[in-house]
Structure formats: structure tokens, C-alpha cells
Design a protein around this ligand. Structure first.
Ligand code: FAD
Length: 472
């Protein structure tokens, strides 16, 4: 019975063609005249039409468990929707955890889940001497898992969303996951792409933009590490983001020290050493230029280069002796930090003009108060932060920029929403990702409950009853 139902569904759905697009492999070496040999033609492998079991159904399926995805899943589940959350790595948190940078920016004006997370983290560790926006990635991992469990989110780690399937009405109907359990399909009523790279929207066939419109250059990736064996009081002039410090002073001092001790200037010319505790630090001192976050070969090469650079740097600092004699990398990222990737086309695209004039929208999901922040897109642009031709005033992120334009039943939250190059450089930070995620989750759950599609939701009305609405 189940097999027949699966076959019927399969006839009904169209696979997102973009999933296979763009791949030109060399002809694989086939050793024997087995069945697979017949499937190799003109440098491509034609997959046999195997049956993928539909293992679960949910009202809301959230793909990617970073800051945006966790917030989306929590908001959807708390609003009563059955909610599944798929995360490619072994923990929730994205850049905060697998990326090792728990520096939470633009969070102050974000009520709801962002405030809950910060309050809970501070309550767990009251007396740590650290940069004010900095958290311990291990504490974040545990807290996010506990919050999801309490909300009833069905979480699956170590699982990549690998394909997306639309029905004939152009509505997203399934995602196909890949994991140790093989290829499995999950049906959903509304999907939220929080993969950062916009993988699911791309797989479903949505249009997207990438990098600067003129050149296609995008912001660099970064290999972030955690350090031990140093003490805050002994290296204070090199430590960033402590109250009362200038932005550039400690960074310039550290860049100079790295150059003197290692014989090379860091690939990020403004290296930042953030204290998490007196003896535990996060170091962001690496830029990997001109690699794409949605290309596994690029990400691999950037990871290898980043790790090699960081080890050379830390070996150099250790060679200085004194307060540096015991410095060690105690953790390196499971996932390279990707600043910029696909920006999926939505019903509205946030523009440079919007951020310059501080746009206000009736369907605002949150307000971005972060400035334009473009890290040098190529190494010859100074290896630091670029002077941008536009300045942002605090601007609203409209609900429509979270709703996919080309495919129904699909939303985005986090850095893959619809915006232009400069708008993205401001809204990408994690306080906004959480604000967008919680709005997307509530809207998705409401759409399911009311039998509507996300683009049919009137956010300006729904926002009045949102659990985090302080004026309602
Ligand atoms: C080096 C660096 C420094 C930064 N500095 C700061 C900072 O100091 N403060 C700040 O607030 N922001 C900072 N940002 C920006 C911020 O990290 C991102 O824009 C933010 O993480 C966006 O959140 P997100 O949830 O959209 O994406 P991410 O944090 O990237 O999360 C995406 C999640 O989806 C998962 N995933 C990806 N693809 C799939 C798939 N196909 N299937 C299943 N799961 C998938 C990933 O494993 C990850 O957990 C920085 C970014 C970088 C790279």
C-alpha cells in the first residue's frame, strides 16, 4: 500500500530542476559491465529512478538549524504547528556554534526569542569576564537543544536537505534529505529555508542573486578558532570589544604582533580576539577570498587554507613566550563561516535605497539597526572592512522579503532572504536572523492553521497578536 501511494505521489510531483543543473563531471571510471555502466552518458551519470520513502509529514519543515532556523522552528512549534527541523551538522546554532562565533550583534531591539536566548545564557553564567555580546558556543548548543525539545520541535541533526520537490501547482511539497539513514523524503505544508546558502529554495528552482551586481564578488569566508593558554589581564591591549575600548586599537595592535611573530600579515587585516572567559578566547583573524559557500570544493579549499594560516599564526605567537607561551587552538570550526551566499528572490527585495532612507514598512518583521558591513571581497581591497558607497539608517525588514517569489509554500529566514548586496551586508547579523526566523515560524504555522499560503498572510495584522508584541 505504502509503495503504491509513494508511486502515485511521485508521478504527481516535479523535481526541482536546478538541483541537477550546472554539474559537468568527468566521465566516471566504471570497472565492470554492471548495470551502472549503462547509466553513464556524455560525462553525466543518470540516476536510476529509485523510490525515496516519505518518512514523515509536518505542518512546518525548517531546513537549517542556525540562528534563523532555530527561531523559526521554535515559533512554529509554539504556535501549535507540528514542526520538523533538519540540520546538516551535529549541533544547532550555525555560526554561533559549528562556526564558533557566538558574538550576537544587533540583538538589543529584538523582543521574543532573541531576548529569551540572551536572558537564559546570562542566567547560566553570571560572572564571566567577556566581550559584552560574546557567548560560549558550548553553552549555546545546549540551550538551543533544550529550547527546541521543550517546544516540541522534531529535530534531526547530521541531515542535509539535498533536493526539493514541487507539486503541479508550483507548491513545494517535499524535501529530500541525505543522512546515515540514506535518502528520505519529508512532506510539509510550509517550508522555511534557513540554510544560509538558500539550498532548498535553489533546489526548488527559485531564482537568486549572488555578490556585487557589477562583478559577482562576494564577501570572504572566515575560519574562526577558540584559544586557551592565555589570560585576559596579561594580553589586554590585544583584546577586542571590551567596554571602553576603541574598535581599531586592539585589532591593529594584534595585527602588528602577528606580523612580527609569524612573519606575515593576517589575511584579515583587523584580527579580533574576543574574550569568552578570562582564559577562553575566540579569534577571528582569517579571510578566505573569492570562494563560494555553495560549492563544496571551494569550501574545502578555504577550510584547508584557513586552518593552515591559523596554526602558523598561533605557532608564531607562542614563540614570543611570556604571556603567549602556552597559547593553543582548543577548537576549530566544524563549518567555515560563510558571510554571503545566495539571496533568494522574494516578493520584495530590500534595496540599498531602502537602507539609506531607513525604510519603514507596514509588514515589518523586525528593525535592522546594524550598519553596512562589507568585508573586502577581494584581497586587493585592503583585507579589512571596505568603505561602502551607502550608509544605512535603521530600516525595517518586510515580511514579503521572507516569502519566495518563484515557488509557493516556501519562506526564507536569515542571510538568504531577498535583498541586494549592501542591504544584505547589514541585515545578515544574527540578531536579525533570529527576528526574521521567529516571524517566519509564526507566519508558517498560521498559514497552515488557516489553510493559506505564506504570501496570503497579512503580516501587519498577525504581528499585532504575536507573542513577543510588547504593545499588543
Ligand atoms: C566569520 C563571520 C563572522 C560574523 N560575525 C558576526 C558577528 O560577530 N555577529 C553576528 O551577529 N553575526 C555575524 N556574522 C553574520 C552571521 O553569522 C550570519 O549572517 C548568520 O549566521 C545568519 O544566520 P543564519 O541562520 O541565516 O545562517 P547560519 O548561521 O549560516 O546557519 C545556517 C544553518 O543551516 C545549516 N545548513 C546549511 N545547509 C544545509 C542543508 N542543505 N541542509 C540542512 N542544514 C543546512 C548549517 O549547518 C547551519 O547550521 C558573521 C558571519 C561570519 C561568516
Amino acid at each position: 500500500m505504502i509503495g503504491n501511494r509513494t508511486a502515485d505521489r511521485r508521478r504527481f510531483f516535479q523535481t526541482g530542476a536546478a538541483a541537477a543543473a550546472g554539474w559537468t563531471l568527468g566521465v566516471p571510471h566504471v570497472h565492470s559491465a554492471d548495470a551502472s555502466a549503462a547509466m553513464v552518458q556524455d560525462g553525466t551519470y543518470i540516476e536510476p529512478s529509485g523510490r525515496v520513502p516519505i518518512v514523515a509529514e509536518a505542518d512546518v519543515v525548517v531546513c537549517g538549524g542556525g540562528p534563523a532556523g532555530v527561531a523559526a522552528a521554535l515559533a512554529a512549534a509554539r504556535a501549535g504547528a507540528s514542526t520538523r527541523l533538519f540540520e546538516a551538522h551535529g549541533c544547532l546554532g550555525g555560526i554561533w556554534t559549528s562556526g564558533l562565533l557566538s558574538y550576537i550583534l544587533d540583538s538589543g531591539n529584538k523582543p521574543g526569542i532573541m531576548r529569551e536566548i540572551l536572558t537564559a545564557l546570562r542566567a547560566r553564567e553570571k560572572n564571566a569576564r567577556r566581550a559584552p555580546s560574546m557567548e560560549d558556543p558550548e553553552a549555546v548548543k545546549l540551550l538551543l537543544e533544550q529550547m527546541c525539545a521543550e517546544a516540541g520541535v522534531e529535530l534531526q541533526l547530521h541531515t542535509q536537505c539535498a533536493a526539493a520537490v514541487r507539486d503541479q501547482a508550483n507548491r513545494l511539497a517535499l524535501v529530500v534529505t541525505e543522512s546515515k539513514s540514506g535518502r528520505e523524503a519529508v512532506a510539509g505544508k510550509v517550508f522555511i529555508d534557513c540554510t544560509g546558502e538558500g539550498d532548498v529554495a535553489h533546489q526548488a528552482g527559485c531564482g537568486w542573486d549572488y555578490g556585487r551586481p557589477e562583478t559577482g564578488d562576494a564577501q570572504p569566508m572566515s575560519f574562526v578558532v577558540l584559544l586557551t593558554g592565555i589570560h585576559l589581564d596579561e594580553i589586554r591591549p590585544y583584546v577586542s570589544s571590551m567596554p571602553g575600548d576603541t574598535w581599531a586599537g586592539p585589532k591593529d595592535a594584534l595585527a602588528k604582533l602577528i606580523k612580527e611573530s609569524s612573519g606575515f600579515g593576517p589575511s584579515y587585516s583587523k584580527p579580533s580576539l574576543f574574550p569568552i572567559r578570562e582564559t577562553l578566547f575566540c579569534l577571528m583573524a582569517n579571510h578566505e577570498y573569492e570562494f563560494r559557500g555553495f560549492d563544496a570544493r571551494d569550501v574545502t579549499q578555504a577550510t584547508l587554507q584557513g586552518r593552515a594560516e591559523l596554526h602558523r599564526m598561533i605557532d608564531g605567537l607562542r614563540g614570543l613566550g611570556g604571556p603567549w607561551k602556552d597559547i593553543r587552538i582548543c577548537s576549530s570550526p566544524e563549518r567555515l563561516g560563510v558571510r554571503e551566499s545566495r539571496r533568494i528572490h522574494g516578493h520584495y527585495t530590500i534595496s540599498s535605497d531602502d537602507i539609506t532612507r531607513g525604510a519603514r514598512f507596514d509588514d515589518a518583521v523586525c528593525r535592522c539597526a546594524f550598519p553596512v558591513d562589507v568585508h573586502s571581497t577581494t584581497a586587493d581591497r585592503g583585507k579589512g572592512i571596505e568603505a561602502a558607497p551607502v550608509r544605512a539608517k535603521p530600516f525595517d525588514i518586510p515580511y514579503r522579503s521572507l516569502v519566495a517569489k518563484d515557488v509557493d509554500g516556501l519562506m526564507m529566514a536569515g542571510r538568504c532572504i531577498s535583498g541586494d548586496f549592501y542591504a544584505h551586508s547589514a541585515y545578515r547579523v544574527t540578531g536579525n536572523a533570529v527576528g526574521m526566523g521567529q516571524a517566519a515560524g509564526l507566519a508558517a504555522a498560521t498559514a497552515v492553521k488557516d489553510g493559506r499560503l505564506p504570501h496570503e498572510i497579512d503580516w501587519s495584522e498577525l504581528a499585532k497578536t504575536a507573542p513577543w508584541n510588547e504593545s499588543g
